[in-house]
Design a protein around this ligand. Sequence first.
Ligand SMILES: Nc1ncnc2c1ncn2[C@@H]1O[C@H](COP(=O)(O)OP(=O)(O)OP(=O)(O)O)[C@@H](O)[C@H]1O
Ligand SMILES: CC(C)(CO)[C@@H](O)C(=O)NCCC(=O)O
Ligand SMILES: [K+]
Length: 236
Amino acid sequence: MRLLIDVGNTSLKAVLWHNEQAQPADINDLPWLQITEVIYACVGRSDLLNDVLAQAASNNIICFEAKVTKTLGNLVCAYEHVANLGIDRWLALIAGFTLYPNTACIVVDAGTATTIDVLNSEGLHLGGWILPGLDLMTSSLTQNTQRVFDDGKTPFTNELGKNTPNGLKNGALVATIGAIEQAKLHLTDKKTEQKVQIIFAGGYGLLLQQQFEGSIFDSLLVMKGLNYWYELTETV
Ligand SMILES: Nc1ncnc2c1ncn2[C@@H]1O[C@H](COP(=O)(O)OP(=O)(O)OP(=O)(O)O)[C@@H](O)[C@H]1O
Ligand SMILES: CC(C)(CO)[C@@H](O)C(=O)NCCC(=O)O
Ligand SMILES: [K+]
């Protein structure tokens, strides 16, 4: 089985990949005798990751770090300086491209930050945006104003706000929805009326997915991307 690790800015996530399926991994008690390789990606440094990599080394298990490249098969990165693109964004794009071949996609990873990436049906990444995640949007307002407050129980809904927590939470949600609507404009081809698949991942992915008919939520999108990255990359 394969150990897949995604290190973000706030958390480390790990799964064991076996028989085309993900199983939860206990990072403090890994089944090293069964692990054949470790594939990892990190947007930030992590002591926990270093510890796991050291354990892998002492068990003679080979580790691969996923990196952004200008191309991967027919997938082409929009950035000139590809190393500046977050690897989590690239992996989510790899997963979208592989799961929905020949289909234009908008890939949204909604966690600490919300990233929105636009991919045309030929595999050209047209670019994307980085927004504060929903929690960052609301906390930056409550922390930098006197009177904007949250009550900890008001949900995010796509409605006008009629009190402060409502205005705050819904403002963050509709700002994010509006950005996704803008992304669609970059894929609209008047001649072909092609289908655009919107794919959500991340802690707030399900909430956002519910706002877009025909869209999908895949909590394992980045992990699937890691696995596809490994399978599509010559690692020898
Ligand atoms: N059901 C949920 N499970 C986990 N997180 C949730 C959930 N609902 C909302 N969230 C929010 O989603 C965010 C975490 O999302 P996610 O795990 O995608 O983080 P992340 O930004 O990818 O973190 P990292 O940068 O460390 O990878 C937090 O802001 C959290 O409050
Ligand atoms: C935007 C985040 C923090 C989202 O996790 C990550 O993808 C990242 O650090 N990106 C680097 C900047 C960029 O993607 O242009
Ligand atoms: K992430």
